[in-house]
Design a protein around this ligand. Structure first.
Ligand SMILES: NC(=O)c1ccc[n+]([C@@H]2O[C@H](COP(=O)([O-])OP(=O)(O)OC[C@H]3O[C@@H](n4cnc5c(N)ncnc54)[C@H](OP(=O)(O)O)[C@@H]3O)[C@@H](O)[C@H]2O)c1
Length: 331
């Protein structure tokens, strides 16, 4: 490569990088959420530190965590390493975490957020979500085997605890996860502080267009989890085939000189949502962030639209008899 070409290539990389860095959606409280975040569910404690460091080095400014993932301390280690080496300041990075189902009683919410903050070694979180609308007994295991582990604490009570987190300055924003349209409207009717986000499964097998529109009309941003359809679930009985393994999507990748994962992530963000693809593989972390420099044509969008079959990789059917199970209605 000539020196001239090398300078051109570096400038182009800088342009792409700064363009991606600025990609955010505005929440209803004026705070901006970066469109692409790093998922951390099932990222092993021995690997997630490096994944977080790689992600921040390549430009990610959003980490999606949860108390349930049992790796928040290690996510925090990765983050603090990048703060220590001067790559970012705390305020540059948007950190999401989630309250687990055993702690829906109002007086458990602040202590659970404090526990998450202690693990992450932070004094505030950018976004704290109610992980699921269903509550479990505090004494039950995190995933109870049967209904004897359920609690009937109303998520409206939980929401009061979430509001307390904002009032105490422990959370900048609060939101929901896995809530259906009726549950969202119930929270909106009773809340003093509005949820800013509903984090739900979104990928071409379940594109959630109705829930996205419903939330947009209420100024709530959707964050899509399992955006790659859990690519490692390919061939797993009872689960939808991840669209990134669809031969037509593989061909689309060749057409745009992109990978199937980049095609799918580009399609999802074009629906007006943020996404949190998970990876502990450096090359994939970089790939999943490099999705903004192309636009799918009408035929390709139509094909991806046609993949929708409302099939989830995270259906949680074991809890379908819970009073607050969210997937009993269309959306
Ligand atoms: N709110 C909720 O209830 C909820 C539920 C589920 C998930 N989440 C959040 O959403 C995040 C993402 O969901 P997820 O982790 O379930 O599934 P996902 O992001 O759809 O898929 C992750 C899988 O895809 C692989 N992968 C990553 N990038 C790839 C690429 N470019 N090409 C091919 N394969 C790739 C990963 O492997 P490697 O890591 O080995 O690279 C991993 O096996 C979670 O980590 C979590 O933060 C939230």
């Amino acid at each position: 490569m000539t020196a001239f070409a090398r300078v051109g290539s570096i400038l182009s990389q800088i342009r792409t990088y700064s363009c991606q860095m600025g990609r955010t959606l505005r929440l209803n409280n004026g705070i901006e959420i970066p469109i692409v975040g790093l998922g951390t569910y099932k990222s092993p404690p021995g690997e997630v530190q490096q994944a977080v460091k790689d992600a921040i080095s390549c430009g990610y400014r959003h980490l999606d965590c949860a108390w349930f993932y049992e790796n928040e301390a290690e996510v925090g280690e990765g983050l603090h390493a990048k703060i220590a080496d001067g790559t970012v300041k705390r305020d540059d990075v948007f950190i999401t975490s989630k309250l687990w189902n055993n702690h829906h009683a109002k007086n458990r919410v602040v202590p659970m957020l404090k526990d998450t903050l202690a693990k992450l070694k932070l004094d505030y979180i950018d976004l704290y979500l109610v992980h699921w609308p269903m509550g479990f007994k505090e004494s039950a295991p995190p995933l109870p085997q049967d209904a004897s582990g359920y609690s009937d604490v109303d998520y409206l009570e939980t929401w009061e605890g979430m509001e307390e987190c904002v009032k105490l300055g422990l959370a900048k924003s609060v939101g929901l996860s896995n809530f259906n349209s009726e549950q969202i409207d119930r929270v909106l009717k009773h809340c003093k502080i509005k949820p800013v986000v509903n984090q739900v499964e979104v990928n071409p097998n379940i594109n959630q267009k109705k829930l996205i529109k419903f939330c947009k009309d209420r100024d709530i941003v959707i964050t899509g989890f399992c955006p790659l359809g859990r690519s490692n679930y390919a061939g797993k009985p009872g689960f939808p085939t991840p669209t990134i393994h669809d031969p037509k999507v593989v061909d689309m990748g060749k057409k745009y000189n992109k990978t199937p994962a980049q095609i799918v992530l580009n399609y999802l963000v074009s629906l007006g949502i943020s996404v949190v693809p998970k990876s502990v593989t450096k090359s994939r972390i970089e790939e999943n962030f490099d999705i903004f420099d192309f636009e799918l044509d009408g035929d390709d969008r139509a094909y991806l639209d046609s993949c929708n079959k409302n099939q989830r990789c995270s259906p949680q059917t074991a809890y379908s008899d819970h009073i607050y199970f969210p997937f009993k209605i269309e959306f």
